[in-house]
Design a protein around this ligand. Structure first.
Ligand code: PMP
Length: 363
């Protein structure tokens, strides 16, 4: 089989060695004669996996001791609701910063649950010279005004990433679904970080939540037990049956990341990959990207062909060369190359070669 480079935004490609190991262990995990999918989540082998995976994640992200790590269900959208249910007790209010599709969806879910009056929104993207540019406000005010400020450091659909740390006197809740572990961050600057697993962590079905302990003392509205952070924390993410196979794969991804030099090493490669691709886009008039340089996503590189009637041919010819899932999100169109941690530099090099040749042929 020839090499396929998968640029899907999520579920995204997983590291090949992780999949190979999973394949090898599928029928016999740890000499038990059965797969990891078929054992109790309360038995010693799985508990050991769970404990080690948390340890590895804490090491990878340098998570301080006063944070709980929760392995939950429901994906990013599950957390859109869980955050509201966990923190906006009676009369609690929150501020949502809007920078693209996913932060807007998070705000819409919050409004759906607690009503417009409890949710303030602030658009933080401005067009400068036709490019999307993020302007981060300094958010200072009365402690009682907002229970939290929510934002999305990487907008998967729009290809907009916010690298600066948000300055806020209110607790910061961040949807890191598509940027987690792609670069080093200071966890202590956040009250809550959540991420659906299907980009940089593992397969869909698992959702990570990293929550500062003091947040768990806030009033509760009426979260369903399954989405209650306090219950998840008290039960070590085993209140009910967790998505065990997804957790197992995530645990293997954490080991792979540690072996590869951790998040700092990933960041270095991710910068190189993104620079290579954006350089190709910028140097050929055949392609364009609509995001200001400092807010260009390192994980989701969006670009348009100058002549969109060539979109179909671009996708077809790319696929024939093993470069798959480059179609942009249906809402914004164009192309999108998602280049998460598992995408090797060679994949981006191959894409750039293809893009250069396609532009030369069709210009
Ligand atoms: N937030 C972000 C930043 C995302 O990219 C996505 C999915 N692509 C979601 C939330 C929604 O995640 P899910 O499909 O797991 O609910």
């Amino acid at each position: 089989m020839s090499t396929v480079y998968n640029f899907c935004a999520g579920p995204a490609m997983l590291p090949a060695p992780v999949l190979a190991k999973a394949q090898q262990e599928l029928l016999d995990w740890q000499g038990l004669g059965v797969s990891v999918m078929e054992v109790s989540h309360r038995g010693a082998p799985f508990i050991e996996l769970a404990t080690q995976s948390e340890k590895d994640l804490r090491a990878l992200m340098n998570i301080p001791d006063n944070y709980k790590v929760l392995f939950m269900h429901g994906g990013g959208r599950g957390q859109f609701a869980a955050v509201v249910n966990n923190f906006l007790g009676d009369n609690g209010r929150a501020l949502y910063l809007l920078s693209g599709q996913w932060s807007t969806s998070a705000a819409e879910e919050a409004v759906r649950l607690v009503g417009e009056d409890a949710i303030d929104t602030l658009n933080i993207v401005e067009k400068v010279d036709g490019l999307n540019n993020v302007v981060l406000p300094s958010l200072q005010g009365d402690a009682g005004q907002y229970r939290y400020v929510h934002y999305c450091p990487n907008e998967t659909v729009d290809g907009i990433e916010i690298f600066d740390t948000l300055d806020s006197s209110w607790p910061i809740v961040a949807d890191m679904s598509s940027t987690i572990m792609s670069r080093e961050i200071d966890v202590s600057k956040f009250a809550v970080i959540y991420a659906g697993a299907q980009k940089n962590i593992g397969p869909s079905g698992l959702t990570l939540v990293i929550v500062r302990e003091d947040m768990l003392a806030l009033p509760v509205v009426h979260p369903s037990s399954i989405m209650d952070y306090r219950i998840a924390a008290a039960k070590d993410s085993m209140f009910n049956t967790p998505p065990t196979f997804a957790w197992y794969l995530a645990a293997e991804v954490f080991k792979w990341l540690l072996n590869a030099g951790g998040v700092a090493a990933m960041e270095k490669t991710n910068i190189a990959k993104a620079e290579l691709l954006y350089h190709c886009i910028d140097s050929l008039p055949f392609y364009k990207n609509g995001v200001a340089t400092e807010n260009r996503s390192r994980m989701n590189v969006t670009f348009q062909l100058a002549d969109e009637s060539l979109d179909k041919a671009f996708l077809k010819e790319a696929e024939a060369q093993g470069l798959v899932a480059l179609k942009g999100h249906r809402i914004v169109g164009g192309m999108r190359a998602s280049i998460y941690n598992a995408m090797p530099l060679e994949g981006v090099q191959k894409l750039v070669e293809f893009m250069t040749a396609f532009a030369a042929k069709n210009s």
